[in-house]
Design a protein around this ligand. Sequence first.
Ligand code: SF4
Length: 473
Amino acid sequence: MKPKERLAIPRQHPKELSPEERIHNFKEVTFGFDEETAILEANRCLQCKKPACIAGCPIHNDIPAFIALLRERKFEEAYWKVRETSTMPSVCSRVCPHEFQCEGSCVRGKKGESVAIGMLERYLTDWMVANGKNMYRECAQANGKKVAIVGSGPAGMTVAHILSHQGYQCTIFESLPIFGGMLSVGIPHYRLPRDIIGAELYALKHCGVEIVYGTTIGEDKTLAQLRQEGFASVFLGVGAHESRKLGIEGEDGTEGVLHGVDYLRRVLSGEDLDIGNRVVVVGGGNVAIDVARVALRRGSKDVFLLYRRTKEEMPASKMEIHHLEEEGVRIEMLAAPVRILQENGKLTAIECVRMELGEPDASGRRRPVAKEGSNFIIEADAIIPAISQKVRHNADKGVELASESWGTYRVDPKTLQSTSVEWIFAGGDDVLGPQTVAKAVYQGKVAAESMHRYMQGIDMLEGRDLTCYMVDW
Ligand code: SF4
């Protein structure tokens, strides 16, 4: 096919559940491509000599290589090409914000629409499952060393996956009764079906990874105890599960005020939580959008998103914003909360102020400025601030772990080794702050390599591709 013909193919879009149907359930919203659509989409790739998409992918998947195999219908080979770099393509292909990563860098996006890299990756993982193909790597012989992993999110899973395949006996300590960290209690089923997480769990167990549920390191057991029990190295992948607060009057102690990740954790863990009909969610990121869409599915009728800038500046994925609006959530733009109103300790409304956009701030986005005298009231049964998350420092108890002033663990950025305790490594959201699954996977890969070197007495840096490790997120 000539480049001109490739350029003439429009981007293919997957079928989706209708908004009317999906707001009543947690079924996956987006269907995958069928074979012919996947081939057509793969044919849009120009096989660039200097593929910008690889640089845009946090784990540096060889995107043109797997697309080339896919369009030759070598689906199994294409899948294993992705697995050369990615531990969990079935997860990343569904939940990563591709428009800000690989697809955001694709050359085709400059004068039109980028190649649908995420959907092609998903096609391969779905094809492997549908065709009953083996998706496991061969397990290694035990090497006699034990590794503890705190947290079963994507960073911890990646460390366990890599080290168990090198012969280490890995034990994951998870404080919740379910596996997957943020994947399970932060991402709704309609974006990430639970059988996908279950398959990741199964793959780890296949190579002998042990999961200890309901154990919070720092409370039920300390890091020092883990060391005494013979764990040669510990990885902290505890995520960032504590909601940041708005810091406004009435936020604490008012019935009807919940916080974003707490709400998601409770509902996605199976709690039957009724928060009323009229719900105001504060924030513009993916967590805020997940909260609003989950509230709709849990029966709330009138759901608003309150965001202090405009839709264009929202950090959430464009697809998620599109789905949100399709489902009937209203976005109240250029508005910020001022205080929460209550009667006898029960929420009645939220007072807001209109904003306008001023000069760009450090993030490059225009700074919202309050318009004097523009306050207004929205009555509500529930207010859910979902502006960001921070690290909950349970695990540190009894160990002097260095942290940054904003609360993440302080680590050597080349190795992810703690700067204060040499046998401890950390990665994912507890180092980066709330970030994408692909970035957590990347850090899991870096940490696993460092832990292996540490435990085997190999120089931490020699022979490593530091250009990859020095990427500044
Ligand atoms: Fe294909 Fe886009 Fe990557 Fe070029 S940048 S190789 S067109 S996916």
